[in-house]
Write a protein that binds this ligand. Structure first.
Ligand code: WTA
Length: 640
């Protein structure tokens, strides 16, 4: 397999090459792709200006990413399975779709989109459960040059409409319903709600999946199966510039509404394939399973693009880890003889809590590599995964990256880089991380701790935040001049290994879902009886972090007090989605504020950790007494 590193020595060589001559390094990797026209220059960039990131990769090259999945990999993979779809209900039959069949379906749906007027540059919202039509829709957009904006099907109507309006999407693709474990959710009614406030949407394409009874509004709504009827299977891919947009994916930050992280065609393509092959050490015939949802970046890069560009077989699963029981992952691994398995620490911790026998009754002898992503993995979970699931034989790749980075940046290469529990270990070739102190001074050498930045672009870096480049600059490039700031803290140990310490901004990571505390506060404040709120993350055994909300309300009767928690949770459900519901809600008479009115979240975070001894200086607070009150009524146990 081209561009695959096979030994540790080779890794170090490639790493040096990639730093000494990045253009040569990435240019040679990109040679293996299919181009209509090659690049004039490998990279043009400048991180130092007010318009940063000013980054172009493979300048002036022309291509289509789907030709790199299909035309490049066919005909030798015509009959190889591209995607195995495992249904929510194990009694239902799986789907195995070959590269040849998938290509037909992508071309057909691409033509169907064109039939209703979709064209290059349109932003198409995709709000689908984990069904085979989701990757088909994604690739059909890429085929015609439309920009896909996938919205996780757990988001509420308000969140969906915010995303549609921000991107000014003209089409939304959805389904009648979703199967999630024993639950069934009517997705179409959420879309109907959202579309009340989305004037740009001309059509919604509806997939029949759960046979839910739905409201159908012709001519706006069109059934997927009607749309593809009599549509030609011949389709020539749109020729794209390397820097044309491939997709937008919304993600949360410290402030304001989620922003549309924007990725372009060529750089993302090269980076997705390179990192997939190398981190997971994919070999011909392997079966790769990433358990993420395609609604998040992990699914984009490591269910759809990375594996399919490589010509791999990728498993996608419709359901949840504990349905119908806690053995579902392990049973599915045996069923398909999965070789590489990639999941989130939160899923591992949830399964540990169900007991080891769910694992030990399965063979799991096909497994070669285990991966984790999305949050720091604690040592106990790492060991359980390594010893029990991998039987001590499978290297664990703890992969650190972000929506903004397009692909994995820091991670072991499976079986090549020696691992250490809870360390993401070393940067991939092409990645130049630095650790800075609060003043932005780069801390050289080993045994240092600070904020994690990257000082040189890689092909998968975000290019902007949709419609607001200034915001992109402010978020990632204004804190430390000339550096991309990740928002994460990290340490580099005596061996030069990186350990990610978690977010240093007001973003929390709940079950691997990235949530802005400001977003949750804004949602809580929508409740008519709420005056004000402050939200922090607190340590949660399974979720990694839980959501702790401190809320001040108008005077409530006893009856109202009883209901307010549920009402607040329902407000979040409506504004964001179930995954952002607070775990703990504490009603307080006031929040700890400075005299200038700023909420001191630092104090609340400490209380959330159960630590009332290290609150720091509280004398500058407007009303120091509220701290005592909050500690006395805390919803976590306080060590005094
Ligand atoms: C966190 C997910 C520790 C980190 C791919 C980052 C991690 C945020 C790891 C991005 C890891 C991701 N160890 N923390 N291996 N991987 N994170 O955009 O805080 O959903 O900034 O992308 O997840 O989350 P996002």
């Amino acid at each position: 397999m081209t561009n695959k590193i096979l030994t540790l020595k080779e890794y170090f060589q490639k790493y040096d090459e990639s730093v000494n001559d990045p253009k040569k390094f990435w240019g040679s990797i990109a040679e293996s792709h299919l181009w209509h026209k090659k690049w004039d220059s490998v990279v043009d960039w400048y991180f130092g200006g007010k318009d940063a990131p000013n980054v172009k990769w493979f300048v002036n090259a022309k291509l289509n990413i789907t030709e790199n999945i299909f035309e490049r990999n066919l005909p030798q993979r015509e009959n190889q399975i591209a995607i195995i779809w495992e249904p929510n209900d194990p009694k239902q039959k799986e789907i195995k779709i070959t590269y040849g069949e998938l290509f037909q379906k992508v071309k057909q749906f691409a033509n169907a989109l064109k039939k209703i007027g979709a064209k290059k540059g349109d932003r198409i919202a995709i709000y689908l459960p984990m069904v085979i039509e989701l990757p088909i829709a994604v690739l059909a957009c890429a085929r015609i040059g439309a920009i896909h904006s996938v919205v996780f099907a757990g988001f509420s109507a308000n969140s969906l409409s915010d995303r549609i309006n921000d991107a000014q999407s003209n089409i939304v693709i959805t389904s009648d319903g979703v199967n999630r474990g024993a639950k069934r959710i009517c997705l179409k009614s959420i879309v109907d709600d959202a579309l009340k406030t989305c004037p740009t949407i001309k059509n919604s394409i509806v997939l029949k999946h759960t046979e839910e009874k739905i409201n159908f509004e012709s001519p706006r709504d069109i059934w997927w199966h009607d749309l593809i009827k009599d549509v030609s299977l011949e389709n020539k891919a749109e020729v794209m510039d390397s820097e044309d947009t491939l997709f937008i994916l919304y993600t949360s930050g410290s402030t304001g509404k989620p922003k549309g992280v924007l990725h372009t065609v060529a750089g993302y393509m090269v980076y997705a394939e390179y990192t997939f092959k190398n981190v997971f050490q994919y070999n011909e015939g392997d079966i790769f399973w990433c358990t993420a949802d395609i609604g998040w970046v992990t699914g984009h890069t490591y269910i759809v693009y990375g594996p399919l560009l490589t010509g791999a077989t990728s498993v996608m699963y419709e359901g949840i880890p504990t349905f119908p029981d806690a053995g579902r992952f392990w049973e599915t691994i045996d069923k398909y003889k999965v070789t590489q398995f990639y999941t989130a620490p939160t899923a591992i911790r949830a399964l540990i809590a169900q007991g080891s026998e769910w694992v030990t009754k399965h063979k799991l002898d096909s497994l070669k590599v285990l991966g984790t992503v999305g949050e720091p993995i604690n040592e106990e979970a790492w060991k359980w995964y390594h010893d029990l699931v991998g039987k001590g034989n499978c290297p664990i790749v703890d992969t650190w990256w972000q929506t903004e980075t397009g692909g994995i940046l820091i991670s072991p290469l499976a079986g090549i880089t020696p691992t250490k529990p809870s360390f993401a270990t070393l940067p991939l070739p092409g990645i130049q991380p630095v650790i800075v102190d609060p003043d932005g001074k780069i801390l050289e050498g080993n045994n240092v701790k600070g904020n994690l930045c990257i000082k040189y672009p890689w092909p998968g870096i975000l290019r902007t935040t949709y419609g607001d480049h200034q915001r992109c600059f402010n978020t990632y490039f204004a804190t430390y001049k000339g550096l991309y700031f990740t928002g994460d803290g990290a340490k580099r140990d005596e061996e030069g290994y990186y350990r990610i310490l978690g977010r240093v901004d007001d973003v929390i990571n709940v079950s691997g879902h990235r949530i802005g505390t400001a977003e949750v506060e804004d949602a809580i404040n929508q409740h008519p009886k709420v005056h004000e709120s402050a939200v922090v993350g607190y340590p949660h055994e399974i979720k990694g972090q839980g959501i702790y909300a401190f809320v001040t309300c108008e005077k409530l009767t006893d009856e109202e007090k009883k209901n307010i928690e549920n009402e607040i949770k329902n407000t979040i459900l409506k504004e964001i989605g179930a995954f952002a519901k607070p775990d703990l809600i504490q009603l307080v008479s006031g929040l700890p504020k400075t005299r200038s009115g700023k909420i001191m979240r630092r104090i609340l975070r400490k209380i959330g950790e159960g630590d009332a001894t290290n609150l720091g200086d509280i004398s500058t607070l407007l009303d120091p007494n509220v701290v005592e009150e909050i500690i006395n009524g805390a919803k976590v146990q306080i060590k005094k």
